[in-house]
Design a protein around this ligand. Structure first.
Ligand SMILES: [Zn+2]
Length: 426
């Protein structure tokens, strides 16, 4: 699996579900909150126009700057033609757009790409074959600096349906994806969580991934993370992209309450392994979405992949292909390549070439730790029991070795054994 999602987390909204309808005056900025309006028109269906009404401050005038989170999240920006009224705003040397004094409304455009030409991991705003869209905040929304004191609202105006309005999570939170238009939807619910699947061919998707089984994964992750470290999201959405096999990529992105994921089109006759990959993928993204554990990228990705595999194996014990995927990833040969902490340093220097090893090598590392815990406890305990303690370590992203606290937290296992695993994988 090439989960090319690099943003550690992301957020999303679904405009069509549970959003309140705006009856009037959709553009008025309330108090000190920035207000975005994303508008689609019939005349330029491949383009959205975005307007941002700046917060009204009572004190001294603020010197606003606009910036994109695209580079930080390693995605391509889709923001074009940034203007205040009719005057174009030039980009400054620090990659921000300085807002001219006295300017109240900024606007820009976003060109949608075809979903066939992109991958969920690229987090681009895209048009699906039947015309509904995904609007991706990391590539397509500009943020304000200094950060406004109130959460922004986002109003979506699509001529085909009533306007909807939502809150945009804080700048530090995962980014948002909005589903716009008449996406085919499937809903399932369990334990106070409603799960929406949006996709062109949900019949094919649900042959791969059943929302009921996905809900079991959510329950498992909540049980091991504990209440304090689980994000409470009563309503979750997965946007499914169909891709042809020749694209050769299964990828995803996790959001605050929405995930993006793909599957191989039915016309390509997916193999049994290809058939169940999306289930592991969506569990991986689901782990990111739900986990509030602070972790450097190496730990976040490797834990997401290990627990996705573990959950898939638990939930579908009868499916040989799932057991094979697990065995292949966990028991297969260790990739030649740098250790996880070295890859972390490379990523922090903008070098993503070994990113996928965080999944393969990382899942093997946690599986070895899991086995060591089971052996040391005579089968009474597992990594599941130690996940909150590992999360509480707050491992430094720049660290070139594991902190002493890691060995203390897992003192059930001999330190020499843990050190041997650390040197083999990290
Ligand atoms: Zn991931």
């Amino acid at each position: 699996m090439n989960d090319s999602h690099r943003a550690v987390f992301a957020t999303a909204f679904i405009a069509s579900a549970s959003a309140c309808t705006v009856s009037e005056n959709t553009e008025q900025s309330t108090n000190n909150a920035p207000a975005y309006v994303i508008e689609l028109s019939d005349t330029t269906p491949a383009q959205a126009s975005v307007r941002l009404t700046l917060p009204k401050n009572s004190g001294a005038p603020t010197e606003w700057k606009l910036y994109s989170r695209a580079a930080q999240m390693n995605v391509n920006s889709q923001v074009q033609d940034v203007r205040c009224d009719d005057a174009r705003i030039a980009k400054a040397d620090d990659d921000s757009w300085p807002v001219p004094a006295g300017c109240a409304v900024i606007n820009w455009t976003v060109d949608f790409v075809s979903s066939a030409e992109t991958s969920p991991g690229d987090q681009q705003s895209a048009v699906m074959p039947s015309g509904w869209r995904v609007f991706s905040s990391p590539s397509s929304l500009l943020r304000l600096s200094p950060a406004p004191s109130a959460l922004a609202t986002v109003t979506i105006i699509d001529k085909k349906s009533p306007p909807t309005i939502r809150k945009l999570p804080a700048d530090s939170a995962p980014p948002a994806y909005f589903v716009i238009g008449a996406a085919p939807l499937l809903r399932a619910a369990a334990n106070d969580v409603t799960l929406n699947y949006a996709g062109e061919d949900l019949e094919t998707v649900t042959a791969y991934v059943s929302p009921q089984e996905h809900l079991k994964g959510i329950e498992y992750f909540k049980s091991i993370l504990g209440e304090e470290k689980s994000r409470e999201t009563p309503e979750l959405t997965v946007v499914w992209y169909g891709v042809s096999r020749e694209r050769h990529e299964i990828s995803g992105a996790a959001g605050y309450d929405t995930m993006l994921a793909n599957y191989i089109l039915e016309q390509d006759n997916p193999s049994a392994a290809e058939f169940y990959r999306p289930f592991v993928l969506v569990l991986h993204e689901q782990f990111h979405q739900i986990s509030l554990l602070p972790a450097p990228i190496w730990a976040g990705e490797s834990l997401a992949q290990y627990f996705a595999l573990k959950a898939a194996k638990k939930i579908l014990p009868e499916i040989a292909a799932v057991q094979e995927i697990y065995a292949q990833e966990i028991n297969g040969p260790l990739d030649a390549g740098p250790g996880l902490l070295t890859i972390q340093q490379q990523i922090m220097n903008g070098d993503y070439r070994n990113y996928s090893l965080l999944y393969t090598r990382g899942a093997k590392f946690w599986s070895a730790i899991d086995t060591a815990i089971a052996n040391a406890s005579g089968g009474a305990a597992s990594l599941d029991d130690y996940l909150p303690a590992i999360g509480a370590l707050d491992i430094d992203a720049k660290a070139t070795e594991l902190p002493v606290a890691f060995f203390n937290a897992l003192s059930i296992v001999d330190e020499s054994e843990l050190k041997a695993l650390a040197s083999a994988y990290l």
